[in-house]
Design a protein around this ligand. Structure first.
Ligand code: FES
Length: 156
């Protein structure tokens, strides 16, 4: 028996180049996929998506019926958060949800009927003016229009 034709487990015979080429290609592809899986999320984090200024001047913040009176929700306004509130009287109000103090995201507190920043307990009334806490100025207010069933928020 020729020793070069041995097929003992764990010791591939030198006469199997197709299998070796397959394994090399398989491992090379796996390495490429691993590097892609590592670096793609890092690149997405470092390079945020481009959003044109025109696209951020007006957005659909929700649908009529999404909010009950005395409630609010955060929506995406371009690459910034916005806050849509339906007052107890049923009027829609919208603001930038970026706190002017240290840029935390504010939220509507139904129990206080105010807008609240959890970071340093800043509060704003439903006109966006500072009621208490460290924010140096009020929230930027947006214009709200109804187009059919859509609630459209625009920068004034
Ligand atoms: S970041 Fe909002 S009160 Fe400080």
């Amino acid at each position: 028996m020729d020793s070069s034709e041995s097929t003992s487990p764990g010791h591939p015979s030198p006469s199997s180049p197709p299998r070796r080429r397959f394994l090399n290609a398989f491992l090379g592809g796996g390495t490429f996929a691993l590097l892609g899986a590592i670096f793609y999320p890092v690149l997405r984090f470092i390079l945020p998506p481009e959003i044109s200024e025109a696209a951020t001047s007006s957005v659909t913040a929700g649908q009529v019926g999404d909010l009950k009176p005395g409630s609010g929700k955060v929506f995406r306004f371009g690459n910034q958060p916005g806050l849509l509130v339906m007052t107890a009287a049923g009027q829609y109000k919208a603001f930038s949800a970026v706190c002017p103090h240290l840029q935390c995201t504010v939220q509507y507190r139904a129990d206080m009927s105010q807008i609240w920043c959890a970071c340093h307990n800043g509060t704003f009334n439903l006109n966006g003016q500072v009621v208490s806490g460290p924010p140096p100025k009020g929230l930027e207010e947006y214009q709200v229009d109804l187009r059919g069933t859509e609630i459209v928020v625009s920068k004034a």
